[in-house]
Write a protein that binds this ligand. Structure first.
Ligand code: SF4
Ligand code: SF4
Length: 292
């Protein structure tokens, strides 16, 4: 067992308010390390204003690279690439599947494979604690490996700082980035909305987490927009073995807090959503044997 606890906040799809919830939890005690693993739509930094201390380039899968000085423009590579990723003029790094076939057919050995620059990994400091996060280069695809690197950086920070808690903003859905963000955490906290698609997505996330033996708990965001659906989400979650952490009411102040790039518990500390967020955070911590 690690000397720190890890919570990943996830949602079935984007736009459920997950990152707003994480930003407010970040601003509440206890001391913690933060990680944004939603690398496709990283926006936790917009709320937490990190000062970057370290930056590392991240290289992903290999792609074809051409030595122009050797190329005779014979077109063999273009004829053989079934992904239409290469022409006599250029390699399209976003279309290249890294199969390496073109390097075999090139009569001039003008092509070789190289890892593609996928993005940057950052180690930063925020007012709320150290943070690991990443930024993809435009057009690059996220990967479970990048998520794992962000998590590893956060875990290293926890070890170096002797911090007991790592709070992870996870990617939406159940793809490979989401499963990389869930692996080995102590709790997957699911934020969902009270809609049929929200309940459907929540089921899939609970199922995925259960597959990895990760305990789950539920927060229903904007619960009062449809209390029947909120209750239905909670009863489905309970049946599937998830804990119920609480409900957050709908409040337009949340949108204003996002626009002001400030965690809601600081923007509107006495408002109804902030009060619910504090209760939800206390219950979440209790589920992993911690307290505020
Ligand atoms: S490595 Fe494969 S996908 Fe990429 S350009 Fe060459 S043949 Fe096409
Ligand atoms: S096969 Fe080789 S030499 Fe021919 S166009 Fe492609 S890179 Fe150039």
């Amino acid at each position: 067992m690690t000397p720190y606890r890890q919570i990943t906040v996830v949602s079935g799809k984007g736009g459920t308010g997950k990152t707003s919830v994480v930003a407010s939890f970040a601003a509440l005690g206890p001391e913690k390390i933060l990680a944004d693993t939603d690398v496709d739509a990283a926006n936790l930094h917009l709320m937490l204003h990190p000062q970057i201390n370290r930056r590392e380039q991240f290289y992903g899968a290999k792609i074809a690279v051409r030595d122009e000085s050797l190329c005779t423009r014979c077109g063999e590579c273009e004829r053989h690439c079934r992904f239409e990723a290469i022409t006599v003029e250029a390699v399209n790094p976003f279309a290249c599947e890294g199969c390496g076939f073109c390097t075999l057919v090139c009569p001039r050995t003008a092509l070789h494979m190289e890892p593609a620059l996928t993005g940057d990994l950052f180690i930063s400091q925020t007012r709320y604690g150290p943070m690991a996060h990443a930024k993809l280069v435009p057009g690059a695809e996220s990967s479970g490996r990048l998520v794992t690197m962000v998590r590893q950086a956060a875990e290293d920070l926890a070890m170096q700082n002797g911090t007991d808690l790592v709070l992870i903003d996870g990617p939406p859905g159940i793809g490979c980035t989401a499963t990389a963000a869930l692996a080995d955490v102590d709790l997957a906290l699911i934020v969902t909305e009270p809609t049929p698609s929200g309940i459907h997505d929540m089921r899939r996330v609970i199922g995925t987490a259960a597959h990895f033996g990760i305990p789950t708990a539920l927060i229903v965001n904007k619960a009062d927009l449809n209390l029947d659906r909120a209750r239905q989400a909670e009863s489905v979650a309970r049946e599937m073995g998830a804990g119920i952490v609480g409900r957050l009411p709908y409040d337009e102040t949340v949108t204003r807090a996002v626009a002001a790039a400030t965690p809601l518990v600081e923007f509107d500390p006495d408002g109804p959503v902030s009060q619910s967020l504090r209760e939800c955070w206390s219950r979440t911590l209790a589920l992993i044997g911690m307290s505020v």
